[in-house]
Design a protein around this ligand. Structure first.
Ligand code: FMN
Length: 196
């Protein structure tokens, strides 16, 4: 699917991290393909991931007014046809920052329980420190894929795609040329753009 507008949400404490570089690769490739890209850098924004009372859903009221930040960030995302999340896998899941973004911003009456999810496509790009072999062997890849796929179905997102970048720490014995290894990860990241 060709995307006209892409919104990249990412979470990493360092702006010189591999995660940040993967964001740049995806952004650069999307722009080369003629897509307008905007990014949401949750750490530099100083986003507070803790859901407090003002952002707690009221199940009887899908029109509840949440904090101004939640409405602002949801509306900002809602003008895009593709939303991409880029994050390091921490403890087999999301960093708290990203989990908190979903808890707060993808709220009742906005992302679900309301008018229908605004974007046509959501891509998840997970950076995994370890090997694919281990991640698959212990069921973690399937867990994450099932979880994100069913979340996409629940929200009625027409297309959900989950991508993994493995060996991001680059310490596996079979990685002889680390420079080449990271170039290969960046090439993979670029190939996710426009991936059906
Ligand atoms: C708190 C924490 C938890 C982590 N948990 C996992 C994990 O469950 N599985 C894994 O393969 N790597 C894990 N890692 C490694 C990260 O996935 C890895 O450091 C990251 O993908 C590298 O990207 P970066 O350089 O942008 O941080 C963890 C790292 C941290 C800091």
């Amino acid at each position: 699917m060709k995307s006209d507008n892409m919104y990249i949400v990412w979470a990493h404490p360092r702006s010189d991290s591999l995660t940040a570089q993967v964001v740049k690769e995806i952004q650069g490739e999307a722009e080369r393909q003629g897509t307008n890209v905007s990014t949401l850098d949750l750490y530099r924004l100083g986003f507070n991931p803790a859901l407090n009372v003002e952002d707690e859903p009221d199940w009887d009221n899908p029109n509840k007014q949440y904090s101004p930040e939640v409405h602002r960030l949801f509306n900002e995302m809602a003008t895009n046809d593709t939303v991409v999340f880029v994050f390091p896998v921490w403890w087999y899941g999301f960093p708290a920052m990203l989990k908190g973004y979903l808890d707060r911003v993808w709220n009742n009456g906005l992302a679900y329980g309301g008018k229908g999810f605004p974007a046509k496509k959501v891509q998840w790009v997970a950076l995994v420190g370890g090997s694919q072999e281990g991640y698959v062997k212990y069921g973690w890849e399937k867990n994450m894929t099932d979880y994100l796929t069913s979340a996409g179905s629940y929200l009625g997102i027409p297309e959900t795609k989950i991508h993994y970048l493995y060996n991001t720490i680059g310490v596996e014995e079979d990685i002889v040329d680390r420079e080449k290894h990271y170039q290969n990860l960046f090439e993979q990241a670029r190939s996710f753009v426009g991936a059906a």
